[in-house]
Write a protein that binds this ligand. Structure first.
Ligand code: ATP
Ligand code: MG
Length: 341
């Protein structure tokens, strides 16, 4: 990872110097131009050439870049929220830094602190900027992942920069920072700021409504269409269809959809995300066995009481009975009344 603090930026232009056609860059049928940079710098993410862009999510992110809107992408885990922002930035050559707002990130981490540094051979105390002042000054896009898991003290620091003209006052330094014209702010969340209503996202908090109000665009990215999901797996796990078959991918996505419906109906408490299917396909190549890969990728994460239901879904989609010892590893009796509920 590049060292971001006190690093001299290259001499790239301060504001976007290129215009890109959305049609060319994102393979979406949208007649729109977006600004970007003609050259990359070290903060521009790597391009994933196989990335499949979702129309609505991409449009929201592009509005964020083009019109300086604050954009929140919300959705279940593993649906491609963080990578969508990163991949849009990668194609616009826009520097983009992701910060995970877990419960250990503190105000000082974001704002900065006095640190002892060595300059010209002697030790001196110097203010070392945190990631927020650094991004504000250098005009990168800043993405707060797991925004709904942030600590309250951290959330109030962010509140200030949510306003487009929001200047940041560094009390520690008696200094006011004006955002660079290319500074952009995005966040991703699993909840919509009302706390965890699904039981899936422990550690998330309610988001203050004053803060929610400052996000200009809230876009939901839950699950993609079956075709889109199959396309992603096909492109991402390239050797899978050679080793097994393309048909299998359709069955795997079907199974994932059954777990999602089962979750919605309250039959099971774990569901398969697009990330789970990608990992399953990758593990199938490692173990050369789709069933065993399923066991270690998903089944072992499920509540034992629910495994029978999942085995039933599996049988329906892939036509294989999973071994009984996988379903009840501790030898507990399998309650058949749960089957096919
Ligand atoms: N549209 C897509 N095209 C290609 N790959 C995708 C797509 N969506 C998701 N993926 C892949 O799925 C995985 C999960 O994506 P990502 O980390 O962006 O999900 P997320 O929604 O941010 O998840 P979380 O809520 O857990 O943070 C990544 O490996 C990513 O490359
Ligand atoms: Mg994410």
């Amino acid at each position: 990872m590049p060292q971001i603090i006190n690093n001299n930026l290259d001499n790239r232009p301060q504001i976007p110097d290129a215009k890109y056609k959305v049609k060319d860059l994102f393979n979406l049928n949208i007649d729109m131009n977006v600004p970007g940079f003609s050259n990359k710098n070290e903060y521009v993410p790597e391009i994933d050439p196989h990335y499949v862009f979702d129309r609505d999510t991409t449009l929201s992110i592009l509005a964020g870049f083009k019109f300086n809107r604050r954009v929140m992408i919300q959705g279940f885990h593993g649906t491609g929220k963080s990578t969508h922002i990163e991949q849009v930035a990668a194609r616009l050559n826009w520097g983009c830094i992701r910060v995970n707002l877990d419960s250990h990130v503190s105000r000082i981490d974001l704002i900065g602190k006095d640190a002892i540094v060595i300059e010209k051979g002697s030790q001196i105390t110097k203010f070392k900027e945190g990631i927020i002042p650094w991004s504000l000054l250098n005009g990168t896009a800043l993405v707060f992942d797991e925004y709904d898991a942030g600590r309250p003290d951290v959330m109030f620091v962010i509140q200030r920069i949510l306003e487009v003209e929001g200047k940041l006052t560094l009390l520690e330094q008696n200094r006011v920072i004006k955002p660079h014209p290319s500074f952009r702010l995005f966040c991703t969340t699993n909840t919509i700021g009302l706390g965890d209503t699904s039981g899936l996202y422990h550690g998330t908090q309610q988001i203050n409504q004053g803060q929610m109000d400052r996000w200009n665009i809230v876009s939901a990215l839950n699950y993609l269409s079956k075709e889109q999901e199959m396309k992603i797996i096909n492109k991402k796990v390239k050797n899978f269809s050679d080793k097994f078959s393309k048909e299998k991918i359709a069955f795997m996505v079907e199974l994932a959809n059954l777990t999602r419906n089962g979750f919605k109906n309250g039959d099971i408490s774990t569901l398969m995300s697009p990330r789970t299917i990608i990992t399953w396909a990758e593990n199938a190549l490692i173990f050369e066995d789709i069933d065993y890969a399923f066991k270690v990728t998903f089944l072992n994460k499920c509540d034992e009481a629910e495994r029978i239901i999942i085995a039933e879904y599996y049988q329906r989609c892939l036509g294989t009975e999973l071994p009984k010892t996988w379903i009840a590893p501790l030898g507990n009796e399998i309650k058949t009344e749960n089957v096919g509920k």
